[in-house]
Design a binder for this molecule. Structure first.
Ligand code: HEM
Length: 455
């Protein structure tokens, strides 16, 4: 029987989150808290004001005003680079690929790579993605208690291998997965020296190449060499091998391809798995949302695998994901450094000033959002005014906006629709769900869930 989706009410759930803290009067403590506990350490001002600067020399400026952010990300984007901290942390990992390069080195790679990531190409990957989701449901038949973040990471890793590297048969999946995990754990750790010591200090001394990282780089480089000599398979790697700078015709050499593939796997796999974790948790935590989502999937796809034609029509499913990424943005903060003294939206910024864009606080800002901590997917519903693109920015903004956004949204829609249709998920009794921000926002101590298959 057809279900009128509008008959099912929207959600009003307030999911777990640290309440915006008061400013800690003891400065060193506040600084330590902001570094080690980030979102828990951000004071109330970050959730209420247009800008805020901790009261000590050399402190970063937090900017939360959409007009100022438009200037920063778009109108004067060239005056704001990614920032020394990001560079110090990630360049030893991603080398000179799209994620970590700047200026002309970045521009030609971005222009060459962008066509590979267009939404139509991404929708065509839906069958591979739904195959991975169906396989997860089969796996859970024999293990009904799962740790959601672990399973979500496995799912998004499988997706990136299946869609980017055509099943990764040149690649030992379990070894690569373990190496990526070890590598990510090492690079994700915040170090005080990132704030103060120059770039050269980090290139090798504090971030020596790990065995896992070196082995992973070697595996990817070997695979790129093999694939250059093999017939095309029509996957993302083929598109990248064929990619050319539209102006000069320059192609990516083996080293750049290796850096980019490693970047896409790491940036794409972990962020998407975090988004999937919170989307699935929130969709399951509120029964009206779960019912409405399942009704939509039934109406759009019946019991067919979710395919390219369904993705656009799963409108409410997409809204749930958008709202999950508002409340728990996987990239919960971005850094920029100002390279020339300027003004953004009335805020004076001097050359050398470090800027922190606290996406998590921006998405829950008291001035801009109605009921900021409530889970309400209808904010993103048809007919609702779209939030300012410099206020809601899970994928960043401006010329450096996420290259894989269409990939991630396609994947998340396919996953959420398939998994919610196939099973119900309940947090294990007695487990307290709590967000903890480090490199991304994950549930502290994991998220054990009981899975009951629906057919
Ligand atoms: C839910 C999943 C994802 C989230 C939340 C996310 C978030 C972001 C954000 C916020 C940025 C901008 C960083 C900045 O401005 O400093 C970014 C950049 C980027 N992302 Fe994603 N991302 C996701 C998935 C992916 C996937 C699946 C891929 C690739 C397959 C990818 C590839 C990239 C690349 C290459 C860049 C750098 C773009 C540039 O600098 O030109 N991302 N992402």
């Amino acid at each position: 029987m057809a279900v009128a989706l509008d008959d099912i009410p929207s959600s009003t759930l307030t999911p777990p989150a640290p309440f915006p803290g008061e400013r800690d009067p003891f400065l060193p403590l506040m600084m330590a808290k902001a570094i080690t506990r980030s979102i828990d350490g951000w004071p109330r001002q970050v959730f209420e004001q247009a800008a805020w600067r901790p009261p000590f020399p050399g402190a970063v400026t937090f900017i939360m005003d959409p007009d100022a952010l438009k200037v920063l990300f778009v109108e004067q984007a060239s005056a704001f680079t990614q920032g020394a901290m990001f560079r110090r942390m990630m360049r030893p990992v991603w080398g000179e690929g799209i994620l970590t390069s700047e200026g002309a080195k970045w521009r030609w790679q971005r222009h060459a790579g962008a066509p590979a990531f267009r939404p139509a190409q991404m929708h065509a990957l839906a069958p591979s993605m739904s195959g991975v989701a169906e396989a997860a449901l089969v796996r859970w038949r024999s293990s009904p208690r799962i740790d959601l973040p672990t399973e979500a990471a496995r799912i998004t890793f499988d997706v990136i291998l299946d869609t980017m590297l055509s099943g990764g048969d040149d690649f030992d999946r379990d070894t690569a997965s373990a190496r990526i995990e070890a590598f990510t754990a090492q690079v994700g750790k915040m170090k005080l020296s990132y704030f103060f010591a120059p770039d050269a200090h980090h290139e090798d001394r504090l971030n020596p190449p790990t065995a896992a990282g070196e082995a992973l780089r070697g595996d990817i480089a070997a695979m790129v060499r093999r694939r250059r000599a093999a017939p095309p398979r029509g996957d993302l790697l083929d598109l990248l091998l064929a990619a050319r700078d539209p102006e000069t015709g320059q192609a990516m050499d083996d080293e750049i391809l290796r850096d980019n593939i490693l970047g896409f796997i790491m940036a794409g796999h972990q962020t998407s798995s975090v988004a999937l974790t919170w989307s699935l948790y929130l969709a399951s935590a509120h029964e009206p949302t779960a019912r409405r989502l399942r009704a939509e999937v039934a109406a759009v796809a019946g019991d067919q695998p979710i395919g390219p034609d369904h993705v656009e029509n799963l409108v409410f499913t997409r809204q749930v994901i958008q709202e999950a990424m508002r409340l728990y943005p996987p990239a919960f903060q971005l850094y920029r450094i100002c390279t020339r003294t300027t003004e953004v939206g009335g805020i004076a910024v001097r050359a050398g000033q470090r800027i922190l864009i606290p996406i998590y606080a921006l998405h829950r800002h008291r001035r801009w959002w109605r009921d900021p901590d409530a889970f309400d997917p209808d904010r993103f519903g048809p007919g609702q005014p779209m939030p300012d693109r410099h206020l809601y920015m899970p994928f960043g903004a401006g010329p450096r906006i996420c290259l894989g956004a269409a990939f991630a949204m396609t994947e998340l829609v396919v996953m959420l629709a398939t998994l919610m249709r196939g099973a119900t998920f309940t947090v294990a009794p007695g487990h307290r769900v709590w967000p903890r921000a480090n490199l991304t926002i994950l549930p502290e101590g994991g998220l054990p869930m009981d899975v009951v298959l629906r057919s």
